[in-house]
Ligand binder design. Structure first.
Ligand code: NAP
Length: 277
């Protein structure tokens, strides 16, 4: 039976380190999270951001903008925050209304306040292995694997999902560790090749958002499985991997919830400290 890769213990160690760094500084850190319109799923994340920020003595401001705000007004608003010396970090909460272009908006968050690591300048630095900030979920997933003590060099790593905020930065981080990285996506699935890639993964990351996409019997014996997906099924939160069967085969597996999630928000706090202190 697999050992559980839980995020909360690592998160609390990182919190202790950050707490010492913050209390030894005279700068009063301020993190601003922007939410557009009302959205229950965004509110779950902003509550967690607020709680974690306040535990570290970081001022947290949640700014709610009207659902109908135009892209131009949104960008003006961001520019105001970029120029405000009292603000050290900016988060744009997803989902955004469809009339707002997230990719365009990410270009207008100052790279020096971009705690989510989504500005193209920070993404570009990531390609060179030189970024101060890395998209939080990708970094959290790597921290979990590091905590097992595994050496990634030459390992067969398979990532399912190629989004800008998870799969793509994750692939870059793992390449930097000299892992052999395969990235699967909708094209892989459509061509019926997902199973064969997953079956040979020594380390598997899944970030799609489809419950039961990865069959437990596909998991290689002794694999490390990091399930990033979050899905609501019959009022329960589950990942993308069939957990019961997968845990019989894996050596390490993340629970959902309780795996990547608790670490993601701590990565946000660490990015803020890296940028501001
Ligand atoms: P996303 O932008 O929707 O990306 C999903 C990815 O999966 C896309 O690359 C998509 O490819 C691919 N895909 C779709 N169907 C597929 C299939 N049948 N087989 C293989 N690949 C397929 O989502 P995201 O923002 O990366 O998030 C992914 C999941 O992680 C979601 O469940 C989200 O809630 C969760 N998440 C968790 C955390 C956390 O802290 N735990 C943080 C962020 C996200 P195409 O784009 O080509 O269709």
């Amino acid at each position: 039976m697999a050992k559980l890769l839980e995020g909360k213990n690592i998160a609390s160690q990182i919190r202790d380190t950050l707490s010492k760094r913050i209390s030894s500084s005279t700068t009063k850190l301020c993190l601003v999270s922007i939410q557009v319109g009302d959205n229950p799923s965004a509110e779950i994340y902003t509550r967690s951001q607020k709680k974690n920020a306040e535990l570290l003595g970081i001022e947290f401001q949640l700014l709610k903008l009207d659902y109908s705000i135009s892209q131009e007004r949104f960008i003006e608003f961001l520019n105001g925050l970029n120029n405000d010396t009292q603000v050290h970090g900016i988060i744009v909460q997803l989902p955004l209304p469809t009339h707002l272009d997230y990719k365009k908006i990410s270009e207008f968050i100052s790279p020096d306040k971009d705690v989510e690591g989504i500005n193209p300048v920070n993404m570009g630095r990531l390609v060179f292995g030189r970024s101060k900030v890395v998209p939080c979920t990708a970094q959290a997933a790597v921290e979990l694997v590091n905590s097992t003590g595994v050496n990634l060099e030459g390992k067969e790593v398979v990532i399912v999902g190629h989004s800008e905020i998870v799969g793509k930065p994750l692939a870059l981080l793992l390449l930097d560790k000299l892992a052999t990285v395969t990235v699967c996506h909708i094209g892989t699935a459509k061509n019926g090749h997902l199973e064969e890639h997953v079956r040979r993964a020594e380390i598997l990351f899944v970030a799609v958002g489809k419950a039961g996409l990865i069959k437990g019997e596909w998991i290689k014996k002794g694999a490390i499985v990091v399930d990033i997906g979050i899905n609501k099924v019959d009022d329960k939160i589950v990942g993308d991997v069939e957990f019961e069967e997968a845990e019989k085969r894996a050596e390490w597996i993340t629970p959902v919830p309780g795996g990547v999630g608790p670490l993601t928000v701590m990565m946000l706090m660490r990015n803020l400290v890296s940028l501001a202190l």
